[in-house]
Design a protein around this ligand. Sequence first.
Ligand SMILES: Nc1ncnc2c1ncn2[C@@H]1O[C@H](COP(=O)(O)OP(=O)(O)O)[C@@H](O)[C@H]1O
Ligand SMILES: [Mg+2]
Length: 252
Amino acid sequence: MTAVSLAGVSKVFNQGRADEVTALSDVDLTVDSGQFVSLIGPSGCGKSTLLRLIADLIEPTAGTVAVAGKPAGQARREQEYGIAFQQAGLFEWRTVRRNVELPLELRKIPRQRRRERAEEMLTLVGLSDFGGHYPAQLSGGMQQRVAIARALAVHPPLLLMDEPFGALDEMTRERLQHELLQICAKTGTSTVFVTHSISEAVFLSDQVVVMSARPGRITARIDIDLPSRDESARQSPAYFDAITAVRKALRS
Ligand SMILES: Nc1ncnc2c1ncn2[C@@H]1O[C@H](COP(=O)(O)OP(=O)(O)O)[C@@H](O)[C@H]1O
Ligand SMILES: [Mg+2]
């Protein structure tokens, strides 16, 4: 099964105006079901644009975007994916539990079922004791975990993440990377993950997609094959080789 499929996708902002920007040019991308794919490239190369096209938050100027074999708009309406962005984006006046319940409320899931699902998701991200807290009472890393729990609450087949750990310290970031991989493995979720960290992309991904700026294009696809995805992977020769390969692709 194919989770995401982009064919010949281009995106031009402000078309025909003096400030016209070709953010993406002729992008083909396939993410298989259950695969973890990272997008990496210099600032402004169109990573967020690509993610927003998949999420149907914006429309392509040319080409087609399919999610789970459906047009992106239909996939959005049928909630085929969850989204987590760099800022956790929690509602300050809602408790942690009620933040996680929000997508379920929008889906008109009955209250009892919502509660259960929120508890389940909070347990998954290690925050079962914090359901009654407000976001401001949590650390940045905890808030980011709430955002991930919320993104996963409807059990989406696809997770879209835009630099979700960018604002976190190195230790927290590594722990969340590890947790994310476990969650994805447990739930079989496919993931498209934007980052500008080479080591993060390599540790997490089955494939790293390297992009270049102006106009944004895919310049390399590097398959990552680590012996394991636990902390020991960060010491393995395969890990360092993959980091070198991605770095080279980014430079060329
Ligand atoms: N809504 C928009 N209107 C005009 N230009 C945009 C818009 N969104 C993004 N861009 C431009 O498209 C290019 C790619 O942006 P973006 O996808 O945010 O890059 P990245 O996430 O890789 O840093 C940039 O030149 C940016 O200025
Ligand atoms: Mg971006």
